[in-house]
Design a binder for this molecule. Structure first.
Ligand code: NAD
Length: 405
């Protein structure tokens, strides 16, 4: 596994070669404002105390409070969290929201814990970090394996410790507990709006054949939204593998099939495929929506899509970026493509602070023009600097941050 923070720094160095940013600014941006590791003691159901390792990285707050999700994963470690916090700083700036970048995590496979243990662990993370969190300081959110329920526990713990009743310190909460309408599908929907804004400019047909890696919040929502807008999803996968039908999948039935059998494999009229095979299917749009480092120098030459829409964070390594660029396959980068999630998180924070509750229609009506505007600015930068969309996005973000730093 490549070190994701090294990948992120390689991306930064590449951008600094194209546009003359102040050298001291780039140097400063190579380090987070602070990275914190914590030990979280949790009383397990058998009465024993187990210590878990947790993290919060506050990368940069030039544009506003640190903002970024909390990941629960057995492989989560500080370099991953630092990379994700760096990308959050870029992403918030690309999306044009008044937020900085942060990220958190705990090294844990939540499937190994009972619900009570998971709640005590989540509250433990907040107990250790409450001092640095707050609506005007640092505003966490969900990420891989963290749910609205977990955000509610965390928000409740923060309120108990500090007395702050705004509920604006955590976003991604359940709707009845101060969450925003539309946060669930926001990342997939934002990705679709970005795709829709750039589709014709990238030479894609009106009706695309789409391949999606990932069957979680982002992948499943994105697949549903693409189908709703007349595109066909011809393959999709989860961590165990995927299914492929060149004529398109019946997603509703596939969701039922997974509920009953516990896996995607063996679905009617589909071929079972591995995740490696899925990435190499010929299609119009490939949507990695699972984890980082999926398209690397090992498989980049075998990729046969016309365009990649990065809904996961960091799914294409810098080496693979170069190969796809040379092959003429544009990548709509994560910092743009999946920024719908943090944009609706920002809407949630804004509603909490103002004591308002917007309808889903209002949320989507605000999201769409923001995604379109960001997509077009990134595309213009790509043309202006004769570079790819990732560098176009980084230049846009770094210009906005440098102005405020
Ligand atoms: P999730 O936990 O809901 O889903 C992850 C999915 O990926 C699951 O279906 C899992 O089975 C699948 N998966 C795991 N390993 C895989 C593999 N090797 N190949 C194929 N599938 C695999 O997580 P999510 O919230 O959907 O997040 C997915 C990605 O999107 C992450 O990179 C996350 O950082 C990014 N992201 C999420 C949001 C959000 O709002 N949830 C916002 C921005 C970015």
């Amino acid at each position: 596994m490549q070190n994701p923070f090294e990948n992120a720094m390689e991306q930064l160095d590449k951008v600094a070669k194209i546009k003359n940013f102040d050298a001291s600014f780039i140097e400063r941006f190579r380090r987070p404002d602070r990275d914190i590791r914590i030990s979280i003691p949790v009383k397990m159901d058998n009465g024993n105390i187990k210590i878990f390792e947790g993290y919060r990285v506050e990368y940069n707050n030039a544009l506003g409070p640190y903002k970024g999700g909390i990941r629960y994963h057995k492989d989560t470690e500080i370099n991953e969290v630092k990379a994700l916090a760096f990308w959050m700083s870029i992403k918030c700036a690309v999306a044009g929201i008044p937020m900085g970048g942060g990220k958190g995590g705990i090294t844990v496979d939540p499937k190994d814990l009972s619900k009570g243990e998971l709640e005590r662990l989540s509250r433990g993370w907040v107990k250790k970090l409450a001092d640095i969190l707050g609506p005007k300081k640092d505003v966490p959110a969900p990420d891989v394996n963290t749910t609205p329920e977990i955000m509610d526990w965390m928000s409740d713990e923060y309120e108990k410790i500090t007395g702050d009743k705004t509920r604006a310190t955590f976003t991604g909460k359940p709707i009845e507990k101060g969450g925003s309408e539309g946060r669930g599908p926001a990342t997939g929907l934002g990705g679709f709006y970005v795709f829709d804004s750039l589709r014709a400019q990238l030479g894609l047909p009106e009706k695309c054949k789409v391949v999606v890696q990932g069957f979680g919040n982002v992948g499943l929502n994105a697949a549903e939204i693409f189908i709703k807008h007349g595109h066909s999803v011809i393959a999709i996968s989860d961590s165990k593998g995927g299914v492929y039908n060149p004529n398109g999948l019946d997603l509703k039935k596939l969701v039922e099939h997974k509920k009953i059998t516990g896996s995607l494999s063996g679905f009617t009229a589909c071929k079972d495929i591995s995740n490696e095979e899925l990435l190499e299917i010929e299609c119009d749009l490939l949507v990695p929506a699972a984890y980082e480092n999926q398209i690397t120098t090992k498989n980049a030459n075998k990729i046969r899509t016309k365009v990649v829409l990065e809904l996961a964070n960091g799914p294409v390594t810098p080496g693979a970026d170069e190969i796809l660029f040379k092959k003429g396959i544009p990548i709509i980068p994560d910092v743009l493509a999946n920024s719908g999630g943090v944009t609706v998180s920002y809407f949630e924070w804004d509603q909490n602070l103002k004591g308002e509750h917007w309808t889903e229609k209002e949320v989507f009506n605000k999201l769409r023009p923001m995604m379109h505007d960001a997509a077009q600015k990134v595309f213009e930068n790509g043309k202006k600097y004769s570079t790819d969309l990732r560098r176009g996005a980084f230049i846009l973000a770094l210009e906005r941050i440098e102005e405020k730093i």
